[in-house]
Design a protein around this ligand. Sequence first.
Ligand SMILES: *[C@@H]1O[C@H](CO)[C@@H](O)[C@H](O)[C@H]1NC(C)=O
Length: 218
Amino acid sequence: MMKMEKSVLVLFFLAITCAITIAVEPSPLQDFCVADPTSPARVNGFPCLDPKQVKAQHFSFRGIHIPANTSNPQGSRVTPVNVVQIPGLNTLGISLARIDYAPWGVIPPHTHPRATEVLTVLEGSLLVGFVTSNPNNQLISKVLLKGDVFVFPVGLVHFQRNVGYGNAVSISALSSQNPGVITIANAVFGSNPRIEDSVLTKAFQVDKSIISRLQAPF
Ligand SMILES: *[C@@H]1O[C@H](CO)[C@@H](O)[C@H](O)[C@H]1NC(C)=O
C-alpha cells in the first residue's frame, strides 16, 4: 500500500514538472530558426527561413540608444526589440524593449501574457510595481534609481512611473520572442466592440455615466 502511494506521488510530481516545462517557450531543435514572415505555413511562432539565406542582419537591430518621442498623453514610449524587429529571435524565447519616460510619464497598468520581465533603469528614477493574483491582490512596489533592476513575474499586472524631474530610460529583457501586451484600461474600456455596460457597471460598481467617461478616451 505504501509503495503504491509512493508511485502515485512520483507520477503526480512528474505530471506537475511536465506542466511547468510546457508553460515556457519550447527549446529550439536547431541552432536557429530565423523567422520567415512571408511563408504561408501556420505554426506556433514563425516558420524558418532557409538557413543558406540567413545573414547577420537577421540577428541585428540598430538604434536602441536613440531616445523616442514621449509627446503623448502617457508621456512614455516603448521601443520593442522582439521577433518582429529581429527575425533571428524566433524560437529563442527572449526579447528586449527600451522605454523612454518624460518627466512624470507613465507606462499604464498592463500584463505580458507570455513573459517575465527584468527591467533595468539606465537613467532617472522610476516608481514600479506589480499586483499579485486573486484573492490577495497585494501591491509589490518600489522606487528604482539608476542602475536598479526589478522583476515583473509573467502575467502579473504591472506599471512604471517616472518620479524624477528629468527624462528616464529603462531597458527590459523579456522571456519570450513575442511577450504580448495587454493594457488593462484599453482591454476593459477600449475593446472593439465594447464590453456591455451591464457587465462593466456591475464589475466596477459604478453607474453607466462613469463607464462612458472611462470609455471616452478610446
Ligand atoms: C513628437 O510627437 C509629437 C506628437 O505626435 C509631434 O508633434 C512632434 O513633432 C514629435 N517630435 C519630434 C521631435 O519628432
